[in-house]
Ligand binder design. Sequence first.
Ligand code: ZN
Length: 184
Amino acid sequence: MKFCSHCGGVLSQYIPPGDNRLRYVCGGCQTIHYQNPRIVAGCLPIWEDQVLLCRRAIEPRRGYWTLPAGFMENSETMQQAAARETLEEACARVRHLDLYTLFDLPHISQVYVFFRAELLDLDFCAGDESLEVRLFHEADIPWSELAFPTVGRTLECYFADRVAQTYPVRNESLEALRAHYKKA
Ligand code: ZN
């Protein structure tokens, strides 16, 4: 960040009085430009004993499989964001969204949240950001071709929890993700 989005003035970085972190501050209008983590919301769409995955048509990780997810927009709830991303990426409608996994990724200042969701019908197709959308049985999950460890870990949790038919909300650690990375 170099210039102020309010007045076009030059920004400098320092700790403002009363604060304890480096901030971008405008030399012109004195506006402090705070930067905060971004939330990625997504769904784990379920149809009978299968789950829906999308093959990414965009970078990063083009060609790899993912759960439909994306950055939350202003003025929407997390559930709305997850359902909207599912509609955009998989042209799929979901209902009964239940909070399932939450990943803090402080190293990239992101928070990932996935909801378990019931796929409404089989009328889905690849949206603009997907090359392909399809349902997978557990045995067919392309574990080594998943786009992100948060996706792999959410699927791992789901297939494990499905055995007992109980789905506690899981606030997963970076260590769990790293373990998944090593296995994949
Ligand atoms: Zn300014």
